[in-house]
Design a protein around this ligand. Structure first.
Ligand SMILES: Cc1cc2nc3c(=O)[nH]c(=O)nc-3n(C[C@H](O)[C@H](O)[C@H](O)COP(=O)(O)OP(=O)(O)OC[C@H]3O[C@@H](n4cnc5c(N)ncnc54)[C@H](O)[C@@H]3O)c2cc1C
Length: 418
């Protein structure tokens, strides 16, 4: 039996405050009904009702999925579990006083957990952030205009040619090509590295570059965006290289992961770059009743762990079980330890029937990889939102055809990685 399933009637009621409804928090939200049934008070603080699933958002922008397919209704999960939902960001955390500030109030806790994600570093206010993922919905209006009005011309700049920037570019460019609208949306990528996907095998990088160039995507490599300034309703991007400035309509900032200011501003023990230090139980150093998981946390002993959803998802059940133990006032020896996957392969969708699978130095572009990605993504999200709703609109990849019931023990916590 899972620790979260055990009855808690023998312990006095406690208050758990969950800060951030990210990928790592989902198992906790799903288990919370055990605690509220037993009289504990559980609160989720999160700005916005929906969590967008990173594995599927690029294909949502690529027209493969509809919006309801790629998001999880946090408020509905809270309602089902008897959890109070505060639709606001946490603005301060007082670990000594055991309270979190949100919506102009302090929320006292006996046990708390942080899963507030990260933000792309160096983002100017004029750029759309890739994290949190719901920010990308800001592209909807431009896309709709291009797809539905033959007179509209837009220029989109994506800053960052890592996995997120590349996967977004591949999906957007493919969608425009399929719709015969490629000439209406100019797409430019800027990155300081000398190749796209700089952290991945050179062969995969060349493969992706070829696809992007075939679709007319412009690449400015070994260049940085120094500034974004407004210009007649558009945005001027000043580049650090000799390249001339770009005047664009939208800018997406996909530069990786920086720590949210909340962590350091709240006086929590943080790394030099501002991520909160946790031990292998996901307990914040020096604060046994405070846990943290996902992109915002740095786990002791795993300094090089990438900030990707696959690790956040793997931390989810550990976080859930350890919160359950803390609600029971059990000792540290009862806590579960997080151990990351040794190799976390990734599958990128490319806007073609071929998924790009990458594991360490190995890579492969093949149709079965895309089908595997769709299967894993959809099985995972279904466990939090019910079946993906509509039948496929793109038979080509059979992306949304009905799935057989997933073997949950295998796929429930599985995930594709960036
Ligand atoms: C385009 C794109 C595609 C990606 N694809 C993949 C992929 O295929 N595989 C993979 O492994 N990784 C992928 N990633 C990375 C992945 O998205 C992140 O690693 C993952 O989302 C981290 O999850 P998390 O649990 O840390 O928090 P998140 O899922 O980022 O959620 C954080 C939550 O905290 C909330 N929040 C923020 N601030 C506050 C606050 N002050 N108070 C309360 N709540 C707050 C946010 O609203 C959000 O709901 C992708 C990233 C991008 C940008």
């Amino acid at each position: 039996m899972k620790t979260s399933d055990r009855s808690t009637t023998s312990t006095p009621p406690k208050r758990a405050v969950l800060v951030g409804g990210g990928h790592a928090m989902l198992p906790t939200l799903q288990a919370a009904h055990h605690w509220t049934d037993a009289g504990h008070e559980v609160t989720l603080i999160n700005p916005g009702r929906f969590l967008y699933y990173s594995g599927m958002v690029p294909e949502y922008l690529g027209g493969v999925y509809r919006e309801p397919d790629v998001r999880i209704d946090l408020q509905a999960l809270c309602t089902a579990a008897g959890v109070r939902f505060v639709d606001a960001p946490a603005t301060a955390l007082d670990a000594a006083g055991k309270r979190v500030r949100a919506d102009a109030q302090w929320h006292a806790y006996d046990v708390a957990a942080l899963d507030v994600g990260a933000t792309p570093p160096g983002r100017p206010a004029a750029a759309i952030p890739t994290k949190p993922l719901h920010g990308l919905k800001a592209l909807d209006a431009s896309l709709r205009a291009v797809l539905h009005d033959p007179h509209v011309r837009r220029h989109l700049l994506i800053v960052g040619a890592g996995a997120a920037g590349v996967e977004l570019s591949l999906n957007l460019s493919a969608r425009l090509h399929r719709a015969g609208k490629a000439s209406q949306l100019k797409l430019t990528i800027v990155d300081q590295a000398d190749r796209v996907l700089p952290r991945f095998p050179v062969g995969a990088s060349r493969y992706v570059k070829r696809l992007l160039l075939q679709r007319g995507v412009r690449l400015h490599l070994e260049a940085e965006v120094d500034a974004l300034t407004p210009e007649n309703g558009a945005v001027r991007a000043v580049l650090s290289s000799d390249a001339p400035d770009l005047v664009v309509d939208d800018v997406v900032w996909a530069t990786g992961a920086a720590a949210p200011a909340l962590l350091r501003d709240s006086g929590l023990p943080c790394t030099n770059d501002g991520f909160v230090h946790v031990d292998e139980h996901l307990q914040v150093d020096g604060h046994p009743s405070l846990f943290a998981a996902g992109d915002c946390a740095k786990v002791d002993g795993y300094a090089d762990l990438a900030r990707i959803g696959v690790h956040a998802v793997k931390q989810g059940p550990v976080l859930r079980d350890n919160i359950a133990q803390a609600l029971h006032s059990r000792t540290d020896s009862a806590l579960r330890k997080f151990k990351p996957y040794t190799i976390a392969p990734l599958i990128l969708s490319t806007g073609t029937p071929h998924g790009l699978w990458i594991a360490g130095p190995l890579w492969l572009a093949a149709t079965p990889m895309l089908r595997l990605k769709h299967y894993i993504d959809r099985s995972w999200i279904q466990s939090y939102q019910g079946p993906v709703h509509a039948p496929s609109r793109h038979d080509l990849w059979d992306a949304r055809a009905p799935l057989p019931k997933p073997p949950f023990s295998v796929v429930k916590d599985a995930y594709t990685t960036l």
